[in-house]
Design a protein around this ligand. Structure first.
Ligand SMILES: C[S@@+](CC[C@H](N)C(=O)[O-])C[C@H]1O[C@@H](n2cnc3c(N)ncnc32)[C@H](O)[C@@H]1O
Length: 152
């Protein structure tokens, strides 16, 4: 996040997206000494520097070391994972059914070239979700989709 060139901009935008979704879901910031409430926001990336962690913490994130963010995922979670270097979609498919996922649009990708390849279990999980388009945008987010768990 604190790279000196423009490489930090997608990361900043992606973390801002997480805070925006948190606020849309009814997060209430702490005021007059009262604790903030509602929605907790966790962030995990081994590349975070101490400065990143401080900035994220001040913005309201709890920064966790791998794999602890995965351990926080449950049925009420919103998972955001954008072009990760690890197979987040396969891990999530094995551990939970989050309420919402915002991640790279699920297509049959080549497991030899993608770091987050789609597996048969991911394809199976996606049948439980409705896919909504993420607003087209090439610069900061890539080809994302929003997945909302179907009722029932
Ligand atoms: C291709 S970069 C994408 C970064 C950013 N999301 C973007 O779209 O520009 C892959 C990211 O996955 C992160 N990553 C690698 N291992 C991870 C892990 N175990 N948990 C979370 N993130 C991880 C890398 O550090 C890197 O920031």
């Amino acid at each position: 996040m604190t790279w000196s060139d423009d490489g930090f901009l997608p990361s900043m935008a992606q973390h801002a997206l997480a805070l925006t979704i948190r606020d849309l879901l009814g997060h209430t910031p702490g005021t007059h000494g009262e604790a903030a409430g509602g929605v907790r926001c966790y962030a995990q990336d081994p590349i975070y520097t101490p400065v990143d962690e401080q900035v994220l913490s001040e913005a309201g994130f709890t920064v966790l070391n791998d794999p602890r963010a995965f351990l926080e995922v449950d049925e009420a979670s919103v998972v955001i994972a954008i072009s990760p270097d690890i197979p987040v979609r396969q891990i999530i498919a094995d551990i939970a059914r989050p309420a919402i996922m915002v991640w790279d649009k699920v297509t049959i990708s080549d497991p030899n070239t993608s770091t987050d390849p789609v597996s048969p279990r991911v394809i199976q999980m996606m049948k439980e979700y409705t896919e909504l388009p993420f607003p087209p945008e090439d610069e900061y987010f890539g080809d994302l989709a929003i997945y909302i768990r179907k009722a029932g």
